[in-house]
Structure formats: structure tokens, C-alpha cells
Design a protein around this ligand. Structure first.
Ligand code: 5AD
Ligand code: SF4
Length: 438
């Protein structure tokens, strides 16, 4: 049997795209294989959000350039956000001409046809589309788990945050028809799925582009009505669009998880304005308060960028102050990375790498301390956990997640996908430890 391996860089949207590519390959009779070296088809699904993701990809291609022999029949396909940038595609064509198939973010559904054409002709296929004006449906999906699934509910982004490449690589925002979303989730539920993660760059603005507009809150309500679904998660929420109707439905429905991912990016109003984020530190704090008052035991996670052009020490201190005030349960922290074609890439950087690295280290130190303190509230409590597999740090234990998305390592015997109750015995920065009681 012919085999494939997919390397996925970047966000959950890319992971879901890779599951679609795996679905297409499975329907063509290919089987997944652990080792990229042994696969008949290797796909690299790239990310261009930050420079280090670019570097990793070119590092991988460099490895194949060195190790590829004339008789090597492996098919190498590259796709994802990086391919939406013309200069990247021309670099690949010039320096890595052994790549067999190049495609972008808008024509994933046609991968099967591109592969067949390559197999017939032996020619390099390069097909990049600028954008599409609809959400592509009916792509088979091969999912990693039975009990939980990523569901992409919209593609693209209209926000143009000044540092971000995504509106250029993923195109304009387009929502998926809610009837398709609900049909897909009902089918999954009948086959044992109990947790869904609704994905979009800005899920709070879901539905605006539909012929019959629909709000994200009403989509959440529809998903929440599906009996078998025990947990609904969603990301990413833009603070400027998280409206009261969303908070009300989160409060009302047991199966909508008490966790929200709410990127702050910076705590300085001047930087937020330069970033084109359309909220202030005051309005963010008011929103976080409103959410916490409405939803019991809510966890808030965030994204923070350090070293945005013109960020001063005072701006950075304003970010630290927000970290202290918001007490995030988790934070994805990034050093600013200039991206060609974005507005911020033309702005001057006031400080060098060392200053920015020092700020980044101080940010992490504070955030880790807060996470450790926050985690103490779980100690001794009984929590509902869905088991996800053997613990990565201790093979004697299972691991799973709480509704607040906290990782728990626990003793006790159960199957992947089981909903169990655990008593928390210890609370650390990145995970809780516990004992299963039923
Ligand atoms: N540099 C650093 N971080 C970035 N992000 C997006 N673009 C950049 C960039 N150019 C971060 C933001 C976003 C997350 C997905 O990646 O914090 O929320
Ligand atoms: Fe990028 Fe901003 Fe859109 Fe998020 S909301 S994808 S950060 S442009």
C-alpha cells in the first residue's frame, strides 16, 4: 500500500487542513506512516505567521536537497500559508526544483486532482489561487481522535492587524453555512464525538458574510443543542467582537466550555492603536471582568507580542501591568517578527534583540508565576476530565483536559475519550496531577 506523511506547521486551522489532506489521500487508497523518510508522499503544510516557522520549513527542504538521490521516487508536496507569497514560491522553484507539487490555502480540495496529474505527467504542478469567495465543502476529513474534532467554521480574516500576514495568506473572511456545520457535527456525534473545537481567525464575527446572516451566539446555541456533544470550545475570539449575546449563551449552556482564548497582544493603548486592534486596555479589562462575573470559574488564555516596532519600556511595563491585572490561565507569547507586506514591517524598531529578549524573559517569568498561583485554586477539587491518552511526562499516568482546558496527569485506568472525575493532588505551572475516582 502506498503511504503518506504530513508535516504541519502553525495553528489549528492548518492542523484541520492537514486532516482534510489526509482525508483526500485516504479516499485515494493511501495509508499514513510515522516516518517522513519512508513515505511515498510527503506533504509540508506551512505557516508564515512568524519568521521561525519559515526557517524551519526551509531547513527541512534543505535536508531533502542534500539527501535526495536521482532514483528517489518520493513525491514532495508543499502547501499552506507560505505558498500564498509569490517570493517564497519563486525561491522554491529556483532553489528546490525537486518539489513535485506546490499549492496554496484556497485549493486544498483539489489536491487529489493535482496528485493524479503529477503521477500521469511527472511534471511539477504549481497552482496558487489568490482567494475564493466561498467556503469549500465536502472535503473528506481524517481525524486524529474519535472523541474530539476540529470544525472550521470560517476562513480568512478582514481585520488587518498591522503585524499580521494572515489576511494576505488566508484571504477575506468567509463563513461556512451553519446547516453544513451542524450536519457535520451531528454525524460526528453519532460516531462517538463528544467535544468540538470551532475554528476561525475571528469566530466572534461568524456569519456576517452569509446570504442569511447569522450570529456566532446563535451558532453556539445550535451546536449546544446537539445532545451528545459534552464540550464546545472555540477559537480565536477578537476582544472587539465578543458581544453580550455570546457571553449569555456561554453562561446558559453547560456544554459550552468555561474557557475563552482572548488575545491581548499588548497592554499599551498606543501600541494597540499602532497594531490596529480597535480596543483599549480599559475596554479589555472591562470585558474580562464581565466574562468572569458571568461565567463561573472561567479560564482566560491570551496571545502577547513583545517588541512590536516603537514599543518602549513604558509600553512594555503596561503589558506587564495587564498580565498582573488579568491573571491569564495561559499565554502564548511571541517576539515580534516583521512580515513582508504588512504595515508594521515598514515601521522602525527602536530597540535591539537583547532588549527585546530581556523583555520577553521578564514577561515569561511573571506569566509562569501567575499560572502557578492560579493553578492552586484547583487543589483538592474534583474535576471532570476527558482522557486524551498516556501522559507525555509519566507513562504510568493518563492525561486529559478539564473544561477550562487545563492539562491533567492522573492515575487510574480508563480509555481515551472517557469522561472521568479526578481529585487534584498537586497543581504545577503547566499541569495538574490527580487521582481518578470514577
Ligand atoms: N510577530 C509575532 N507574533 C505574531 N502573531 C501574529 N503575527 C505575528 C508577528 N508578525 C501572533 C499573534 C497572534 C498569534 C496567532 O500569533 O499574537 O494572535
Ligand atoms: Fe491576524 Fe488580527 Fe486577523 Fe488575528 S485578527 S488573524 S491577528 S489580522
Amino acid at each position: 500500500m502506498k503511504t503518506y506523511h504530513i508535516i504541519t506547521y502553525g495553528c489549528q486551522m492548518n492542523e484541520n487542513d492537514s486532516e482534510k489532506l489526509a482525508g483526500i489521500l485516504t479516499s485515494m487508497g493511501y495509508a499514513p506512516i510515522e516516518s517522513p523518510e519512508d513515505a511515498n508522499i510527503l506533504i509540508m503544510n506551512t505557516c508564515s505567521v512568524r519568521e521561525n516557522a519559515d526557517d524551519k520549513f526551509f531547513g527541512h527542504l534543505g535536508y531533502y536537497k542534500k539527501n535526495r538521490t536521482a532514483s528517489d521516487e518520493k513525491i514532495l508536496a508543499v502547501c499552506g500559508c507560505m505558498m500564498q507569497q509569490t517570493e517564497i514560491v519563486s525561491t522554491i522553484r529556483k532553489k528546490y526544483p525537486f518539489v513535485d507539487i506546490i499549492f496554496g490555502t484556497h485549493n486544498i480540495h483539489l489536491f487529489g486532482q493535482m496528485l493524479s496529474k503529477h503521477l500521469q505527467t511527472g511534471e511539477m504542478i504549481c497552482d496558487i489561487w489568490d482567494d475564493i469567495d466561498h467556503f469549500e465543502e465536502n472535503i473528506p476529513v481524517k481525524r486524529e481522535y474519535i472523541h474530539k474534532a476540529y470544525i472550521t467554521i470560517m476562513n480568512g480574516c478582514n481585520n488587518f492587524c498591522s503585524y499580521c500576514i494572515v489576511p494576505f495568506t488566508r484571504g477575506r473572511e468567509k463563513s461556512r453555512e451553519s446547516s453544513s456545520i451542524i450536519t457535520e457535527i451531528k454525524e460526528l456525534a453519532q460516531n462517538g464525538c463528544k467535544e468540538v473545537m470551532l475554528l476561525g481567525q475571528n469566530v466572534n464575527s461568524y456569519g456576517k458574510t452569509l446570504n442569511q446572516p447569522k450570529t456566532f451566539a446563535s451558532l453556539l446555541e445550535d451546536v449546544s443543542d446537539i445532545d451528545e456533544i459534552e464540550r464546545i470550545r472555540f477559537m480565536t475570539s477578537h476582544p472587539k467582537d465578543l458581544t453580550d449575546d455570546i457571553i449569555s449563551i456561554m453562561k446558559e449552556r453547560e456544554n459550552i466550555c468555561n474557557h475563552v482564548h482572548l488575545p491581548l497582544q499588548s497592554g499599551s493603548n498606543r501600541i494597540l492603536s499602532e497594531m490596529n486592534r480597535h480596543y483599549s486596555r480599559e475596554s479589555y479589562l472591562a470585558l474580562a471582568d464581565k466574562l468572569r462575573n458571568a461565567i463561573p470559574d472561567l479560564a482566560i488564555s491570551t496571545d502577547i507580542i513583545v517588541g512590536f516596532p516603537t514599543e518602549t519600556e513604558d509600553d512594555f511595563l503596561a503589558t506587564l501591568d495587564m498580565i498582573n491585572k488579568c491573571r491569564f490561565d495561559a499565554a502564548f507569547t511571541f517576539i515580534y517578527s516583521p512580515r513582508n507586506g504588512t504595515k508594521a514591517a515598514q515601521m522602525d524598531q527602536l530597540f535591539g534583540k537583547d532588549v527585546i529578549q530581556n523583555r520577553f524573559n521578564r514577561l515569561l517569568e511573571l506569566q509562569y508565576q501567575i499560572m502557578l498561583e492560579n493553578a492552586q485554586r484547583y487543589k483538592g477539587r474534583a474535576l471532570e476530565v476527558i482522557a486524551e491518552g498516556i501522559s507525555k511526562t509519566d507513562p504510568q499516568m493518563m492525561s486529559g483536559r478539564t473544561k477550562t482546558n487545563k492539562l491533567v496527569n492522573f492515575s487510574g485506568s480508563c480509555q481515551i475519550g472517557d469522561t472521568v472525575t479526578i481529585i487534584v493532588t498537586d497543581a504545577l505551572t503547566f499541569h495538574l496531577t490527580g487521582k481518578m475516582i470514577n
